[in-house]
Design a protein around this ligand. Sequence first.
Ligand SMILES: Cc1cc2nc3c(=O)[nH]c(=O)nc-3n(C[C@H](O)[C@H](O)[C@H](O)COP(=O)(O)OP(=O)(O)OC[C@H]3O[C@@H](n4cnc5c(N)ncnc54)[C@H](O)[C@@H]3O)c2cc1C
Ligand SMILES: *[C@@H]1O[C@H](CO)[C@@H](O)[C@H](O)[C@H]1NC(C)=O
Ligand SMILES: *[C@@H]1O[C@H](CO)[C@@H](O)[C@H](O)[C@H]1NC(C)=O
Ligand SMILES: *[C@@H]1O[C@H](CO)[C@@H](O)[C@H](O)[C@H]1NC(C)=O
Ligand SMILES: *[C@@H]1O[C@H](CO)[C@@H](O)[C@H](O)[C@H]1NC(C)=O
Ligand SMILES: CC(=O)N[C@H]1CO[C@H](CO)[C@@H](O)[C@@H]1O
Length: 585
Amino acid sequence: MARLGGRATSRFPGEMVQISRWCCCLLVLCSPVHAGLYTPSDQIFVLSPQNVEPVLVNSTAAVLTEFYASWCGHCIAFSPVYRSLARDIREWKPAVALAAVDCAAEENRKLCAGYSIRAYPTVKFFHAYSKADSTGKAFKASSHDVATLRHRIIDKLENHQEPWPPACPPLEPTSQAEIDSFFETNNVQHLALIFEDSKSYVGREVTLDLLQFENVAVRRVLSSEETLVKKLEVTEFPSCYLYSAGGNFSRLRVNMEARVFYSYALQRLPGVVRSGKPPPVKVAVLRNNTGEPWRPFNRSRVYMADLESAMHYSLRVELAAHTLIRGEELTSLRKYISVLTKFFPGRLVVMNLLKSVNTRLQNHTENEISYETFREWLDNKDQSLDTALPEGERWVGCQGSVPYLRRYPCGIWTLFHVLTVQAKNTGGTDPQEVLSAMRNYVQSFFGCRDCAEHFQTMATESLSEVNTFSAAVLWLWSRHNRVNNRVAGALSEDPNFPKIQWPSPEMCPGCHSLKENGEHRWIQDQVLPFLLAHFSSSSILTGADQHHGLFNENEERKGHGSGDLPSSKTGSREKNVHKSTKMIS
Ligand SMILES: Cc1cc2nc3c(=O)[nH]c(=O)nc-3n(C[C@H](O)[C@H](O)[C@H](O)COP(=O)(O)OP(=O)(O)OC[C@H]3O[C@@H](n4cnc5c(N)ncnc54)[C@H](O)[C@@H]3O)c2cc1C
Ligand SMILES: *[C@@H]1O[C@H](CO)[C@@H](O)[C@H](O)[C@H]1NC(C)=O
Ligand SMILES: *[C@@H]1O[C@H](CO)[C@@H](O)[C@H](O)[C@H]1NC(C)=O
Ligand SMILES: *[C@@H]1O[C@H](CO)[C@@H](O)[C@H](O)[C@H]1NC(C)=O
Ligand SMILES: *[C@@H]1O[C@H](CO)[C@@H](O)[C@H](O)[C@H]1NC(C)=O
Ligand SMILES: CC(=O)N[C@H]1CO[C@H](CO)[C@@H](O)[C@@H]1O
């Protein structure tokens, strides 16, 4: 309680600088990956003799560290739990981070001996600003339950010795007195009060979930705090109220009274932004950042323009970097074109083009092909009628605030979601066909090599378990969510399109529920129909309202290959076909 006064919020500029310096330093130092159970992409710092000092000694964050041996069965069994924990509390990183060290690796033997590690796994809690001779505090990690471990971390933080990790907001319950003077000492727009029983961890969890966000502070209020409970007429515990500087308040509306729903809603309040990120920009500004007019669109819809733009980019830009396509790459290209031909719910001209390229590729018996030859097929050099893949990018649902955000990766995700759904709807024969084609494409061609590596890891782990078309749809959805989780807050995140666990509670209320212990649970029986509807060919929007440049809900396409191009009927040769396919509208 004594520390309350001094650090009602944690966001002093000086501290943020320190933390970010710490993060940078770790990023650089942690990059070499060895063959232990974890990689830095698990949101876990992989310790080695080179980086152990800056991570564990005098760091501004507390660090939970697992000492393990990669051969030890218990450690292997614990590793998915530790990984889930890292995903679950990744927003807490500036206050408490996770680290791991493989004591079985020759180079780490001395390090582990220095911490007197005798049994694996051993988990230790290192306070912020730990001394060089600190061997950490014991941490009971016998539980394989993420919630239990998370609560133990909170217990450790609450008992943290001075100095307190500067990025960590206060966790103790608040009182009427603190709230009365809150806005005098804190420059925030929103104060969220979570009313709960003393045993509940929700308030502290949400407080930590929001620590990287500006303009919002969270405090827990115990149900025993009668003045406040009476004043706000609180009857439900937990429940969340927003408090304003003027003293008025309102209940935060959520689907369910639980951590994820509170955190999700609070992170999206007006004016709330991730620290160090530019605030969301207005549409008028967007218009001029991209050099293109901004096309208003509905975030809950899929647009054909994005799918065609993604195909254009992958086949005319990404692939063009490979002057000679051979061996495995050729196999990848064949599979990609083959699934597009089978399942892409495209316009007639596009389908004609895909069919022709597919036939030629399958008929091509050599083990290599020059990109030049492929490009001739792609551009329909023999000028077959009504056959073309539109040139150029025209992003709609995948528009980004600036030209380097979203667009192609957004388009390629969307494209493959659509393909998995189409494979189910149109009766493919091999449930893994689309995913396997995606895996190969990403592996052979996807320009973001880190992404490709991560994707490959996920595929190796579990793709072989996919044995129905529904499972394939769900697999891609859940792996995409893993990527969303990993990259939330990264530089590649568009502030106007924050990475969320998708679909949001607003988009699909029925998809979300709670386990008995209050943890979030996806209702897969609801997620599947949602995905099938969202990505189905009949809900892909194709038309544009030409007068306003607005996309019009009435111009939905009505099913596969309905080929509705006005001028493609005329049958005039190349020029017309190309022109007519430049834009969908
Ligand atoms: C295979 C692959 C791997 C990648 N790996 C990385 C990586 O490791 N690190 C990195 O920084 N970036 C990675 N990226 C890029 C990153 O995932 C995003 O594509 C990019 O940051 C653009 O984000 P976005 O906001 O447009 O949304 P995206 O994530 O691209 O999603 C596009 C659209 O799909 C919908 N959507 C979102 N989540 C789901 C879901 N779970 N299921 C179905 N639909 C969903 C939403 O409508 C969203 O707008 C990867 C991309 C791909 C294609
Ligand atoms: C620890 O860090 C603080 C501030 O980050 C610094 O003032 C202090 O000198 C450091 N101590 C050691 C031993 O490095
Ligand atoms: C408090 O009142 C102001 C002015 O009427 C309003 O803008 C604000 O949203 C209210 N705050 C809450 C939390 O209801
Ligand atoms: C966006 O699409 C969703 C789903 O079809 C629909 O419910 C919603 O009304 C649309 N929103 C707008 C602004 O058109
Ligand atoms: C397939 O290849 C053979 C030999 O290269 C060629 O004669 C034939 O026309 C090709 N068929 C198609 C459909 O391209
Ligand atoms: C809406 C708007 O301000 N558009 C301007 C964006 O910038 C270009 C030049 O870069 C101007 O020509 C537009 O008028």
